[in-house]
Design a protein around this ligand. Structure first.
Ligand code: PEP
Length: 255
């Protein structure tokens, strides 16, 4: 399948940034800049308390709102967590699962990532599943094994039909928030390998239809080159998604 037939998705990951009032102001500023740029989906994944103002501010625009995590249970004694029903009732359309910061600082494992992926899908959300190697794993030559393991376990029990609502974000951990970007060739190589894993566990057609993003210090300067690669269908953007001009340049690069 030719890349132009896959959905291009540029998603911001705000992490722990922006208050509710800043959220409204940011979306009001961003919306006219990305209006009419329909060659890719424009998504902002925001902190839980920013979801309601974000959804409200994004009404009538081409910006869709996502969350940064989801719990696997429908409800119960899980202090600090959030359920799929809570997210979808608030108008959330996307959810990030398995971000390396969740894996690194909050004890997420491949198994909990799998449970969260399934919860997102069961609640009708599009899941942005993050995978990526650490610097040590890259230096030890186990990049492919690492992303293959993360992808396979995260997708256990996910059907080919459900895979249509999964976006894979390849995010080398050493490139996140560090200003060090993978070269376009390095990013392309791993994104192509992930597509190969999807072909193995599902089918060639399923793999060809899946959107694979690159994430890791993507910015206004390097976006065009990264997004020109055959297997890179979009970006998951941290730092640069907090600046409306930079984020707009990235959205334009994906057109
Ligand atoms: C991210 O948090 O997913 C990310 C890619 O961050 P940054 O763009 O800041 O490296």
């Amino acid at each position: 399948m030719d890349k132009s037939k896959r959905a291009a998705v540029i998603a911001g990951n705000w992490k722990m940034n922006m208050t509710p009032s800043q959220t409204t102001a940011f979306i009001n500023e961003l919306a006219p800049k990305v209006a009419g740029l329909d060659g890719c989906k424009v998504v902002l994944c925001v902190p839980f308390v920013d979801i309601a103002p974000a959804v409200e501010a994004a009404k009538g625009t081409n910006i869709e709102i996502g969350a940064e995590n989801i719990h696997w249970e429908a409800k119960g004694a899980y202090t600090g967590e959030i359920s799929g029903a809570m997210l979808s009732e608030c108008g959330v359309k996307y959810v990030i699962v398995g971000h390396s910061e969740r894996r690194q600082y909050f004890g997420e494992t491949d198994v909990t990532v799998n449970a969260r992926v399934k919860a997102g899908l069961a609640n009708g959300l599009k899941v942005i599943l993050c995978v990526g190697e650490t610097l040590t794993e890259r230096e030890q030559g186990v990049t492919y094994e690492t992303v293959a393991r993360q992808t396979k376990i995260a997708l256990l029990g996910v059907s080919a039909e459900e895979l249509k609502n999964v976006i894979i974000a390849y995010e080398p951990v050493w490139a996140i928030g560090t200003g060090k970007t993978a070269t376009a060739e390095q990013a392309e190589e791993v994104c192509a390998a992930i597509r190969g894993v999807l072909a193995d566990i599902y089918c060639e057609k399923c793999a060809e239809a899946t959107t694979i993003q690159y994430g890791g210090s993507m910015n206004a300067k390097n976006a065009e080159e990264l997004l020109s690669m055959k297997n890179i269908d979009g970006g998951l953007i941290g730092g640069a998604s907090l600046k409306s001009d930079d984020f707009t340049v990235i959205v334009k690069a994906a057109q």
